[in-house]
Design a protein around this ligand. Sequence first.
Ligand code: HEC
Length: 112
Amino acid sequence: MRIAKMRFTFTQLCSFIVALLTVQSAVALTDADIAKGKRQYQQLCAMCHGRNADKQALNSSAIIAGLPATEIVSALHKRKNGEIDGGGNTVKARLTEQDIQNLAAYIETLGK
Ligand code: HEC
């Protein structure tokens, strides 16, 4: 029996590197930047949810200050992908995954 030699083509090597980079950026997403989240919150969300996230947006949302980050992330995903139709969805649909992580980490720090 012959033992097959491990030989990589250039294309295989490239896709391996791409796969590694993809894993890396997926991991990086969990590193939330609270300072960025705060800035973005003030610019995009405060007008409806209140400067300290302590108001009901358009008199209809829950008060989001201090909600667990995981809940905020899932709430934003559902509104971004249209699963839940809400007054703030045009803003929420434009958020990147990193924005969502940053915002959730910041909002979780409020109201405590
Ligand atoms: C135009 C006003 C408006 C803006 C701007 C807005 N929202 Fe909202 N948001 C709402 C309304 C109205 C609801 C309740 C309706 C719904 O379920 O989507 C809501 C719901 C939510 C919820 C779920 C709370 C619940 O009721 O369970 C979260 C979390 C949230 N918004 C976060 C944000 C964040 C973060 C931003 C900034 C990126 C933002 N919102 C921008 C109006 C807004």
